[in-house]
Design a binder for this molecule. Structure first.
Ligand SMILES: O=P(O)(O)OC[C@H]1O[C@](O)(COP(=O)(O)O)[C@@H](O)[C@@H]1O
Ligand SMILES: [Mg+2]
Ligand SMILES: [Mg+2]
Length: 335
């Protein structure tokens, strides 16, 4: 096989190089499949089942999961944990790595020709499968994502800054374009699914109310809002120009801890964001200090420009008496 992804592999720690090369090869093939959209013989968006989180699986979720699991064999991965698999899959008995993956992030956007991606996290393998993943996010060896958009990119960290590569489709290789990404310390752009407003806690509502109140409000700033519904796309935008992302817990059944999964979504994104000088929390504590209790366990996620992330923590940790006094009568949508 030709070595198309020498540069990604060469930049990776030696023990991760074969795994990174395999991830890149699958991502390149997936990017081609995604770019052909309706020209594929399979309808990528068709529903084919349900995963352990109760999400409807799309054909592309399963195609991506199968491709990554197959390609990672022989690259040093002992344990493979996927959003699309109920339990951890053993790969190489001799492998030293545990890899968690969201093979296809942003599934609801497949048919809409909107950016989607793959998120991955690598831990050292333990002898026990689950224990390899149910540990503090700070123990990750690598975290990153591929985004399949107008450009296909890889953003990855090994704990020494976050690097960005862009796929050159002509040579089928990822080319380094940034050695050290750096998120602006503040911004006036936020991302949240505002349709859940009525389900949020009062501090989250108050935070968003104050953004929406604009120049006339307590923040004295006109804010802008974005919501792509692809975590990779929101992450990429924030890495590029700053901003804030929130998927808080809310009052809907099953959403007490939000929607995003710790092991293969939040932990790797938090690792990248922190390595790019941003902040990432569960609304209260740094996410890198937290661990999942179960393989598919969820956590609230707040990340982006450091100053904005810290402000959300400040709203969340105000004493109840002050929340009532400060926010009780304020807010554009408050009844
Ligand atoms: O539809 P909602 O509730 O706004 O959720 C959007 C979020 O769900 C996700 O699509 C979940 O990921 P999957 O597509 O991998 O299940 C995120 O990418 C995105 O941030
Ligand atoms: Mg996802
Ligand atoms: Mg997914």
């Amino acid at each position: 096989m030709e070595h198309h992804n020498d540069s990604v592999a060469a930049d990776a720690p030696a023990s991760l190089a074969p795994t990174m090369a395999a991830l890149c090869e699958v991502a390149i093939t997936l990017a081609q499949t995604i770019a052909r959209g309706p020209l594929n013989t399979t309808n990528l968006h068709s529903e084919v089942g349900e995963n352990s989180d109760g999400d409807h699986q799309k054909a592309l979720d399963v195609i991506a999961d199968d491709a990554f699991a197959a390609a990672l064999g022989g690259t040093g991965v002992r344990w493979y944990a996927s959003e699309e698999q109920d339990v951890v899959v053993p790969l190489d008995a001799e492998g030293t790595l545990a890899l968690a993956i969201d093979p296809l992030d942003g599934s609801s956007n497949i048919d809409a020709n909107v950016s989607i991606g793959t998120i991955f996290s690598i831990f050292p393998a333990e002898t026990e499968a689950d224990a390899s993943f149910l540990r503090p996010a700070s123990e990750q060896l690598a975290g990153g994502y591929f985004i399949y958009g107008p450009q296909t990119c890889l953003v990855v960290t090994y704990g020494d800054g976050a690097r960005q590569y862009v796929l050159d489709p002509a040579s089928r290789s990822f080319v380094l374009v940034s050695e050290r990404l750096n998120i602006p310390a503040t911004s006036s752009e936020f991302a949240i699914n505002a349709s859940n407003y009525r389900h949020w806690s009062r501090p989250v509502r108050a935070f968003i109310d104050d953004c929406l109140a604009g120049a006339e409000g307590p923040r004295a700033t006109d804010f802008n809002m974005r919501w792509v519904a692809s975590l990779v796309a929101e992450t990429h935008r924030i890495l590029t120009r700053g901003g804030l992302f929130l998927y808080p817990g809310d009052a809907r059944p099953g959403y007490g801890q939000g929607r995003l999964r710790m092991v293969y979504e939040c932990a790797p994104i938090a690792f990248v964001i922190e390595q790019a000088a941003g902040g990432a929390t569960d609304g209260f504590d740094p996410l890198m200090r937290l661990r999942a209790d179960t393989l598919h366990g969820r956590t609230p996620l707040v990340f982006g420009s450091r100053e904005m992330v810290e402000r959300v923590t400040a709203y969340n940790t105000l004493p109840e008496s002050e929340v009532s006094a400060l926010f009780g009568n304020r807010g554009l949508f408050r009844a």
